[in-house]
Design a protein. Structure first.
Length: 468
């Protein structure tokens, strides 16, 4: 006996859950499977970048993200039991009419997953825990996936969101090219701790042979995240006593100040990129496709962008009448962007660049994509392939207009042609940043087509199964 779904998503982390939400709201029958018996318990990917917050706004979870997280506090640098300075983790930023979310937001990864999971359930989606993939075969019409226990699943497409050690990627034989970013092992642990305030990130510079140690108050919880670097070759002790010793050796705190260990892990920072993001009917997304140093806060965010890019394309092919060739643009668009973000993460880790504008991911775009058509003469301002920024046009906030699984046609200072049900039309005067013209905005918030007139718009829309 075999169960049948449109899309099988392997992995219930932020990538898999984001994709599950996007497909559920498009009426696509998708199943998320996870080999673990319960959700991931740690805070690991705690930094939500501004572009990801825009994605979460579209997916209907931004209110929960804002309510259950918080801004990053200023870093306090300690020496010999005294605060001796401040450390700004991020270059200054602010909101403007183009950018509703200007700075990173701290949410422990387990809580982000909790919020995403609740939204998926609300939309009728499902996560099946305890489902370990043991193998699969694919043919011209679908993929049959087997599990260590339970019924096999037949899916039209499979998405591997099963992490850096992806079983799906390895089964496909897709290699990863990468490097060790730092040979020194790292500890990351969620603890309860006394003797430190929650108004600062507490930074303890290296002392002797030991590396740095930082303690983050995890917004919206009573927990702290401890991050510590160790000399190359060290076997990191992940026990409560081991974490207590690390904290006591590098700070003014006593071992007993660490009252509880809730989760701990160790890793060697590395950067690696899959050689390709697709093979047949199987796609790679998130850590299965790219592994980052956590220093730049890019891993989880790049992973969410993968899911957001792939979700609308799968929905368009499975439910919207778009040709299957649309799916070829997933690797075309996401692989070079993931490579760019990997390089950025590595530079931040090595202290070669600051956490600034680039790390907020608002500048990511697809100008070189085969899915992008710019019909105007070269000029300034928003071009096809760019993120469509927020503005208010004729009383309509654009981020509100974009929200949902549809396309949006902006007609600024010109009249819009008639459009089908899959396209929302917003007409108004020329808008700052945009100027005058027609802008067809994709479901993922990027300008797909732009022109001074509608010449060529109908042909572009036809390629995607749309009516204009």
């Amino acid at each position: 006996m075999t169960d049948h779904v449109d899309v099988l998503i392997v992995g219930a982390g932020p990538t898999g859950l984001t994709l599950g939400i996007d497909l559920a709201r498009r009426g696509v029958d998708a199943l998320v499977v996870e080999k673990a018996d319960a959700p991931f318990p740690g805070s690991r990917g705690k930094g939500i970048q501004p572009r990801t917050m825009e994605v979460f706004d579209d997916l209907g979870v931004i209110d929960a993200i804002l309510a259950r997280g918080g801004a990053y506090p200023v870093g306090a640098v300690w020496q010999d039991g005294r605060k001796v300075g401040e450390h700004q983790m991020f270059d200054p930023s602010g909101t403007d009419p183009d950018t509703p979310y200007g700075a990173p937001w701290m949410v422990p990864q387990w809580r982000t997953q909790e919020i995403l999971s609740a939204r998926l359930t609300e939309l009728g989606g499902t996560v099946a825990f305890g489902r370990e993939v043991t193998g699969f075969t694919q043919d011209e019409t679908g993929v049959t996936v087997g599990f260590a226990s339970g019924t096999a699943v037949r899916a039209r497409y499979v998405v591997a969101a099963d992490g850096g050690r992806s079983v799906v990627r390895r089964t496909l034989g897709i290699g990863m090219t990468g490097e060790t970013v730092d040979p020194n092992p790292m500890l990351v642990a969620d603890v309860r701790i006394t003797g430190l305030d929650r108004d600062n990130v507490h930074v303890f510079p290296p002392r002797g042979d030991d590396g740095f140690l930082a303690v983050f108050p995890l917004a919206g919880t009573e927990d702290f995240q401890v991050i510590a670097q160790f000399p190359e070759g060290t076997a990191v002790d992940l026990s409560l006593d081991g974490v207590r010793k690390t904290v006591a050796d590098r700070t003014h705190l006593a071992p007993e100040n660490v009252t509880e260990l809730r989760w701990a892990s160790d890793f060697r920072p590395r950067a690696a990129l899959a050689d390709r993001f697709r093979q047949g009917r199987v796609f790679l997304a998130g850590d299965a496709a790219h592994v980052h140093s956590p220093a730049g806060g890019q891993g989880l965010n790049t992973s969410v962008q993968d899911a957001y890019n792939l979700g609308w394309k799968l929905g368009a092919v499975l439910r919207g009448g778009a040709p299957a060739s649309l799916l070829d643009t997933y690797e075309e668009e996401r692989l070079p962007n993931a490579a760019k973000m990997l390089g950025l993460s590595t530079k931040v880790h090595r202290g070669e660049t600051r956490r600034g504008e680039a790390t907020r991911q608002l500048g990511i775009g697809y100008r070189e994509s085969s899915l992008t058509e710019e019909t105007r003469a070269p000029g300034e301002g928003i071009r096809a392939g760019d993120r469509a920024p927020d503005r208010t046009v004729a009383g309509v906030r654009l981020l509100d207009a974009f929200r949902g699984p549809h396309w949006t046609l902006l007609a600024l200072g010109t009249k819009a042609p008639a459009a089908g049900d899959a396209i929302r039309v917003v007409e108004g005067p020329p808008a700052e940043t945009y100027g005058t013209g027609l802008f067809l905005v994709r479901p993922d918030g990027y300008v797909g087509w732009a022109g001074d007139t509608d010449d060529g718009l109908a042909a572009y829309a036809e390629r995607l199964g749309l009516d204009v």
